[in-house]
Design a protein around this ligand. Sequence first.
Ligand SMILES: Cc1cc2nc3c(=O)[nH]c(=O)nc-3n(C[C@H](O)[C@H](O)[C@H](O)COP(=O)(O)O)c2cc1C
Length: 339
Amino acid sequence: MNINKRKKEHLEIVSQDASDLSIGGNAFSSLKLNYMSLPEVDLSKVSSETEFLGKTLSFPFYISPMTGGADEAKSVNEILAVAANQTGVGMGLGSMRAYLEDESLFDTFNVRDLAAQVPLIGNIGLVQMNYGVSIDDIKRLIDLFGLDAMSVHLNPLQEALQPEGDVSFVGLLDKLQSLIKALDVPVIVKDVGMGISSDVMSDLVEVGAEYVDVSGHGGTSWSYIEGQRGSMSLADPFVEEGFNTVDLLFDNVLEFPEVSFISGGGLRSGVDVFKSVALGAVVGNSARPFALAAMKSLEDVVNLIEEWKKQFQISMFVTGVSEIDSVVGNRSLLQKKNV
Ligand SMILES: Cc1cc2nc3c(=O)[nH]c(=O)nc-3n(C[C@H](O)[C@H](O)[C@H](O)COP(=O)(O)O)c2cc1C
């Protein structure tokens, strides 16, 4: 199947609530703030600004890589890019394999000018390096689209459930090592919502990974989405599999202090971003809620980001901190029984 048609189907299925495991509660809702009745902080003086990839974010957040390729993807990416720039958060582009296969799709990824002030993060499946994508191709993407970082996704389960999936994952760790060495921008290693376990982390650290988006379970379910496109009876037993984002941050952050962790997978509010940063992530991200907002309007995306930022700042206020540096890795901002 044509990759553009696949990306279009993904956007359609993502609109169904059943694709989001966080509806009705996720791992973040079991983790509570260490609320202080007397915080000694002026909310109007709280500063949530932080640096990421050499640029300033208004709070530690970026929109996860999602789309590009299809016509719908062009307008979604343009809306997300304008909203990200206006509100001061980072912007992720979806898999850029579509452009490598068909250069007429340039415009659907070309948002650098719309998001000039904020980090712009590219994306490609690492497995594509077993199917003809070279390091030079990826370098070309970085130059052409003005990327500040390249994220590479690991998605064996998703590929296995796709009727047309690319399923040879042999030798990819060596290829990742070569890629990290060859690129002038950081490589962000991510999953797509099943989670990067500490076993895999050890391998990633060995080959020099410095940025890892844990991309845990509990939000968008790619088993469900690919099940809807192919066989739901094949995919169904996998929907509950994976490592949840909160557990991954608990374990990985302390075990691999040399890595900058990014929290993704099931974040559904600015409070979830705050909890992620308190657990030690340098930044959080989210995908599905922003795809849904972008399919409505620019205003919907801007309002959603502003609301998450406000929730992040209120979380700082009610836990008694006014500087972002006092949040990062400060697990005492979360209730003790959970940390
Ligand atoms: C519509 C849509 C398209 C996506 N496409 C990509 C992609 O091209 N590359 C990628 O690495 N992840 C992709 N993802 C996965 C997200 O980046 C993220 O890892 C995952 O959805 C979990 O985050 P969430 O629970 O906040 O949605 C996509 C997610 C959505 C919702």
